[in-house]
Design a protein around this ligand. Structure first.
Ligand SMILES: [Zn+2]
Length: 351
């Protein structure tokens, strides 16, 4: 059994104490569950039909249906369970429901990750379905500990891992959007977080360990940045627009959406930087500091869209709207109108 605490790596690199006490990554982590959870008092484990055998703990257990939607109502129901600490065993939706339940109950929670499908393990936010309408982001609290068992993660379906790659590959387009917003309206550039996120990026296509680190670093960047900005730029707005305007699209993962929209966003960024764009037209931002944007400031960040596409194709991830059942005409509208989905300056605002 060999594992490392990657929270130490984060502390050392960023010279900052993070509120997550342990982030263990390695082999045999799940088998050590009893030992790892001794300090958390009376536990209650929440898993689903697919993850119920991953972690053995002598405590109360709730097994959710594998098709349980991440609803606010379910999180509120879970918050009523009597325990000192919740133990989530799962990924995206389950982790979000338990994270929010723990937050509502004012209790700590820890998570044993079952798949590398998204970057939300280390973040403080969750995405849940309110009684009416589409998913909404709610502020909760980061887990006390994240336990990542490499054998479990490696055995998870490849499609989930590709979704995690999609949610990570946007680092370059997000970084370029952040730099633009930094120059024009003085938003933080988050450069130290991007350096961390980039460290294992080239290896994440082949290595489960590298992908796990990249996703954790991305979640930590959102946690420390107090905002989704270091992990969500124009490509996330394009995806959000599609979710709003084609809600009946076939079921697919968030990271798969981001894989597709990152290619489009990288193309937009390159075209805009080559076109001497007009900053004065971006009047929706009252604190705009008009200045000349130099393409050379972005050369180290911008990654060619064909390069991104080739990397995604090499692992079998989706690369175009058709691959995930998105309507091409609605997607063409998204490229123009997605800038209205939130108040965040990105290259989508450039005319
Ligand atoms: Zn994302």
């Amino acid at each position: 059994m060999t594992y490392t605490d990657i929270s130490n790596e984060i502390r050392k690199d960023l010279n900052i104490v993070i509120p997550i006490k342990q982030i263990l990554l390695g082999e045999g982590v799940a088998q050590k569950a009893k030992q790892l959870c001794t300090d958390f008092g009376k536990l209650h484990l929440i898993c689903d039909e697919n993850t119920k055998d991953f972690v053995q703990l002598d405590c109360g257990k709730t097994i959710l249906s594998a098709t349980q939607k991440p609803t606010l109502a379910k999180a509120q129901e879970l918050a009523q369970i009597e325990a000192d600490c919740f133990v989530a065993v799962g990924s995206g939706s389950l982790n979000d429901m338990v994270k929010y339940a723990a937050f509502l109950a004012g209790k700590p929670y820890v998570v044993f990750t079952s798949a590398l499908s998204m970057n939300g393990y280390a973040s403080a936010n969750v995405s849940l379905l309110p009684p009416q309408g589409l998913k909404k982001s709610y502020l909760a609290r980061a887990p006390q500990a994240i336990f990542m068992d490499l054998e479990i993660l490696a055995a998870a379906p490849k499609r989930l891992r590709n979704a995690g790659i999609g949610d990570s590959i946007c680092r370059a387009t997000v970084q370029a959007d952040c730099l633009l917003a930094h120059k024009l309206i003085g938003e933080p550039s988050y450069s130290e977080y991007f350096t961390l996120m980039q460290r294992y990026e080239n290896e994440m296509f082949e290595s489960v360990e590298a992908l796990a680190r990249t996703l954790i670093f991305s979640g930590v960047a959102m946690l420390l940045g107090g905002s989704s900005a270091p992990a969500s730029g124009g490509e996330h707005m394009l995806a959000h627009y599609m979710e709003l305007h084609q809600p009946d699209a076939p079921q697919s993962f968030h990271g798969e959406h981001i894989a597709v929209t990152t290619i489009a966003m990288a193309k937009i960024q390159l075209e805009k930087l080559q076109s001497n764009f007009d900053v004065g037209a971006m009047q929706k931002f009252p604190n705009l500091k008009p200045q000349k944007i130099m393409a050379k400031d972005f050369t180290k960040i911008i990654t060619g869209h064909s390069q991104i596409e080739a990397k995604l194709k090499s692992v079998g991830a989706p690369t175009c709207p058709r691959d995930i059942g998105w309507n091409e005409d609605i997607f063409a509208r998204a490229l123009v109108d997605a800038k209205t989905t939130r108040d965040r300056l990105t290259f989508l605002d450039v005319t």
